[in-house]
Design a binder for this molecule. Sequence first.
Ligand SMILES: [Zn+2]
Length: 170
Amino acid sequence: MWWKVEGAPAGLDRHIGSAVGVLPGGVEATGQFPVAGVVAVRARCNCGWRAVVDCPALPDGQVRAEEIWRTDHMLPLCALGEEPASERIGRELLGQFGDFLHNLPFAEVTPLEGLRAAARVSQVAGQAIHELLAVALRQGLPLQQVADALGIDPEVVHESTGYPRHHEQG
Ligand SMILES: [Zn+2]
């Protein structure tokens, strides 16, 4: 089952929500809910957004997940009136990556070929992060904001990329 916001502002009508089953340990099950063995239901969006809190895998779990998608994700976005450029770019990149994964002929390739393909995608993503960190540094963005954008602990960002904890004044 897919969720959409009818009459959403331009771009935001491209966000498609759905429920994904959560396996023990918090790992997302592949395929659409319901899947055997799941312990919870998680709301997700095709833009990459995930609900922070999972719903119990009860009969109304999907209904509650849809409510969370609408209130926590789509309502704040729609309140802006139009889709922010950052959301659009992220959504389009994820869509292309999803197509890439979807079109990999997994049945016909060995795991090694698939791993090589995934490694190339990872390299490109790593290069993009490297270049964007340089831009962020030139603009003097604080480490905390950069870490929030990456979804990584600031100290880990500093340790792994050398991004400064504090900017030189003047
Ligand atoms: Zn979304």
